[in-house]
Design a binder for this molecule. Sequence first.
Ligand code: C2O
Length: 577
Amino acid sequence: TALVEHTFVVSQMKMTHLCKETLVTVVNGQLPGPTIEVTEGDSVAFHVVNKSPHNITIHWHGVKQRMNCWNDGVPMVTQCPIQPNQNFTYRFNVAGQEGTLWWHAHVSCLRATLHGALVIRPILGASSYPFPKPDREVPIIIGDWWSMDLAEVDRKMKDNFFDYFPSASTINGKLGDLFNCSGITNCCVGVAEDGYVLDVEPGKTYLLRIINTGLFSEFFLKIAGHRFTVVGSDANYVSPYTTDLIVIAPGETVDALVVADAPPGNYYMVAMPNQAPLPDTQTPEPSTRGMVRYKNKDHIVEGGSTSNVPVAPVMPDQHDVVLSLYFHSNLTSLQHQRHPPPPVPTRVDEHMFVTLGLGTVCRRGQTCNKKTINETILVATMNNVSFQLPTTPLLEAHYHHTGVEDALLELPDKPPRVFNFTDISLIPVGPKERLLETTSRATLARWFQYGSVVEIVFQGTAILQGDSNPMHLHGHDMFVLAQGIGNFDATKDVARYNLVNPPLKNTVVVPNLGWVAIRFVTNNPGVWYFHCHYEFHLSMGMTAVFIVEDGPTVDTSLPPQPVDFPSTSCQMNIISK
Ligand code: C2O
């Protein structure tokens, strides 16, 4: 194993897309940021130099950070953010994991431009993959482009204005020619943007390491004339599964093989954001179109002449969100020799039922007598409580037993009232305050003893208006036991649990108007963020922290914080001052 070092300089830069210059915050002047390649077992040091005006942390999404919660990169949870003109070095190792993960800023909307791939290669090299060795490996980073300043999007989100949308979707930072100019002044009408191009050679095999870094959307990904063989997700191998459609939610990664076995030619690769079924969302969000281009690209068409007109894939209906459930329920873990998945624990110590919803709370400084729209703001919730960031970093407080934890609210085992969660007809159409009268705001936490087996059923609710929810747990992988549409019904759904080969994921998609059941083992002491990976839901409070207590031995107890840890007096505005 080696020590791998990288320097991440965070700074602002101007980028022009859609004929509009936008100020973006990026790492090392690149969007997407650098792809980091490491080998399983390596120790890594990332020197983050903050030359931007923002408070920043970098989170290593999916890296388990065993006994190393200090380096998880969540502002006010694991650390004080790195302030402008400050530096911080993240140190961790990547043991026992291989596949595709990613890194991103964990400061509100800024992750839309501060992100990149983190590829963990097997220690025995590519010939040890549990699938045919690919000829080439390519990161496919799906994201969105905002013509608006992301700090502004953050402010609007917190103030409850919802008049912002991504202007385009991107593959590896390229917009392609399907963007939406509405709302952008002087947008390039008639000027096409470049799309991402993957050059292939006939007969060769490509491993696509697909990551959804987007803030707002789950994506459908297709390549005309080609099929994908899905071999991994969230840095866990899955049983090979062949499909022409990949569905990937924010935070997820999917590894898929593509063989260039079509007649040589040009084939569009389309990433389309899926959207809530009508009538919830009418305005389609733009797709992005890249291309798979064969080396000998003029293909023979009927009659013997040649053509290089690209072939377009037939995309699903943009509102057909149930395709996400189909895709995700086809994943099973691979019984792999080198990395056999751990057995699914059969004993469960803690059962939780967590509803995901929206609600209203009083605006700061208001008394909410009449609960009018002006007095309240919309928040996102777990069991009807909306998360509020603490004012002191929780991990330090927890480690030093400062008593800060006494003020946190315990995430309840179940929602305050049980009703029909997914019947759309029950959504009151009147004033918002009728929806969830018990909603409150607090720093929501849940304490677990070391080594507990936790089972959680996440229940989506109709108030989410057709969104699915990618729930991401830091520091642990979760077994995904089952998922379905409608209300979870223990009397029949428990019998459907896959206790043989459930996939292991760090980001689990709760289907639109449905539920998912997961289990995980609390084998990593620390304070772990747990949240929906839609920025809209995360920033509005669909979040909690899971506090895993130390185990009985030294090697199951969290070591002290690194010496160069950022100072404890901090605040969490993304723009400092
Ligand atoms: Cu990728 Cu807490 O997130």
